[in-house]
Design a protein. Structure first.
Lengths: 284, 259
């Protein structure tokens, strides 16, 4: 699928498949087209080219029934802040057409997922950032969606809160819900996703299980060489002259699949190496 | 479009309406306060202020003339303003519409439900000036039962107008142009505080194009039991205005919300 905004092509011939029951991570720097992709899946952005099918429904024509089966966790919190936790969930049981007799139970279940049962009467603007985020996720689940779209679900949160949310998302996968998650946190993709698609400038530059991507694009090991900037530049040039791939990590140079020629710390290659190698050292 | 839950389906409208109702439970006090106090002040100021100079206008007791006239302006204030500002805030700052459109709700459902909700509110609050006028001696009549539906119908048009404005304008500061150039003149030259027959001919002709004027006439004729064929014309203008604004609002808001 392709999406243009005037002269800018936000999504450029992206091909994406989320197998049922799996978690697919969309990894890419800011501006890679992740959010636009998410919006196209709910028909809030209409693709200029290409075909989209969500849970058997063709978009954008049949997007309404498709949306009824999806849950969306937006990047920016759009809870109704003057309403209580429970009222926010109640509104969504209506928006997502939960049958009358099942609303009560759906709300209780969502409160349980968010672990906010004892804060049900609290107004949203009295909640901590982590609680709000949990509510935002639980709100997307009131109608037991088959596919959940998460746009940067843990952006701007403390590591503790992030781990808490990962546990929540992990539990969802256990229930057989399919997840499509955009993120620019590599650890998040590595921990949660069955397959990762790395996006850059609207294109998919690599796709596969995290471990396979690492093995394929970054090899087994990397060597971290530390030193003053001049030394780093020298090592970098030397390594490249020997046909090796390098990347800067701020205070060091990482040399992938290095031999014994340089002194440094050996470490396993990571998805971050793949990410930087494929999306470029500099973000424009 | 051939989505299975069709266009304007009930569940989608209900979802948006429930959201508004639940929200209303958290702010109804302030809204009700201003919707009650404002027309009362107008009534007192004009009714007694101007009323001390003129006792009857167009054959009516002046307080009753103003009391019925302010019904339509109360509708304007409780529909156009919340629609303009509320809509803008919801789609631009709170991103509420992002959440709603991710659900099985289309822009057409959203705009229609929002306009219906504001119309229902305007239908209720629009009656306040009439109730105040009753307290000041306006005689009861069966025609008064027509006031809530007429007010709601008018409110629907103004709500749609407000949503259209919010969809077209880029910033909330620009709303001042609409308020000063469109709403205030309509409000003053609608036959609310003085009959249009006192205006120069050209102004009187212009005022005929003012939808608010037709609403004022419709309310007045209902309350005083003077319904006539001309009120069908008034009704026609109110319905046409509402229908046109509704479709324009759906169109422009759809373009704004779906990229």
């Amino acid at each position: 699928m392709t999406k243009r905004y005037g002269p800018i092509t936000a999504v450029d011939g992206l091909d994406l498949d989320v197998p049922e029951g799996s978690c697919v991570g969309l990894l890419g720097p800011n501006g890679a087209g992740k959010s636009t992709t998410m919006r196209m899946l709910t028909a809030q952005a209409i693709a200029d080219e290409g075909e989209l099918e969500v849970l058997g429904y063709r978009l954008p024509g049949d997007s309404k029934p498709a949306r009824a089966l999806c849950g969306v966790v937006p990047q920016l919190d759009n809870l109704d802040v003057t309403l209580t936790v429970e009222q926010n969930l109640l509104v969504f049981t209506y928006l997502y057409r939960v049958p009358r007799g099942e609303r009560r139970e759906a709300i209780e279940r969502a409160l349980g997922i968010a672990r906010l049962s004892d804060r049900r009467d609290a107004k949203v603007n009295e909640l901590s950032g982590g609680m709000r985020r949990r509510l935002l996720i639980a709100r997307a689940l009131v109608h037991r969606p088959r596919l959940v779209l998460l746009d940067e679900p843990t952006v701007g949160l403390d590591p503790q809160v992030r781990q808490e949310l990962w546990a929540l998302l992990g539990a969802l996968r256990g229930e057989g819900v399919s997840l499509l998650m955009s993120t620019h946190y590599i650890e998040e993709a590595q921990r949660l996703a069955d397959t990762v698609t790395i996006m850059s400038h609207g294109r998919a530059v690599a796709s596969g299980p995290p471990a396979q991507l690492v093995a394929q694009h970054a090899g087994r090991e990397a060597l971290e060489v530390y030193g003053p900037p001049a030394r780093l530049a020298e090592v970098e040039a030397d390594a490249r002259a020997h046909g090796l791939r390098t990347r800067r990590t701020g205070t060091s140079v990482s040399i992938l699949d290095a031999n014994g020629r340089w002194e440094g710390e050996r470490r396993a290659a990571t998805l971050e190496d793949v990410f930087v190698l494929l999306t470029g050292e500099e973000i424009d | 479009m051939t989505s299975r839950p069709g266009r304007l389906d009930r569940a989608a409208l209900a979802g948006v309406l429930v959201r508004e109702m639940v929200n209303f439970s958290s702010y109804w006090r302030s809204t009700t306060f201003s919707a009650t106090v404002e027309p009362t002040i107008y009534l007192l100021a004009f009714g007694f202020g101007v009323g001390s100079l003129v006792s009857t206008v167009a054959g009516y007791d002046y307080v009753e003339f103003v009391g019925t006239g302010t019904v339509a302006t109360a509708v304007l204030f409780s529909s156009a303003f919340p629609a303009m500002f509320g809509t803008f805030v919801k789609y631009k700052f709170q991103r509420t519409y992002d959440a709603i459109l991710a659900a099985p709700v289309d822009p057409e459902d959203l705009v229609t439900a929002e306009a219906l909700w504001i119309a229902a509110r305007a239908g209720t609050y629009g009656c306040v000036p009439m109730l105040v006028a009753i307290a000041f001696g306006l005689d009861l009549g069966w025609g008064m039962l027509l006031v809530p539906p007429v007010a709601a119908l008018g409110g629907f048009g103004w709500a749609s107008f407000g949503i259209l404005v919010a969809a077209v304008l880029e910033s909330i500061e620009n709303f001042n142009y609409v308020v000063s150039a469109v709403l205030t003149p309509q409000f003053l030259v609608a036959g609310t505080f003085f009959p249009l027959s006192g205006l120069p001919d050209w102004a009187e002709v212009l005022a005929q194009g003012n939808p608010l004027h037709h609403r004022v006439e419709l309310v007045r004729d209902s309350v005083f039991g003077n319904l006539d064929w001309i009120d069908l014309v008034h009704l026609g203008v109110v319905v046409a205005f509402g229908g046109l604004m509704w479709r324009l609002a759906v169109w422009r808001m759809g373009r704004r919300l779906i990229e």
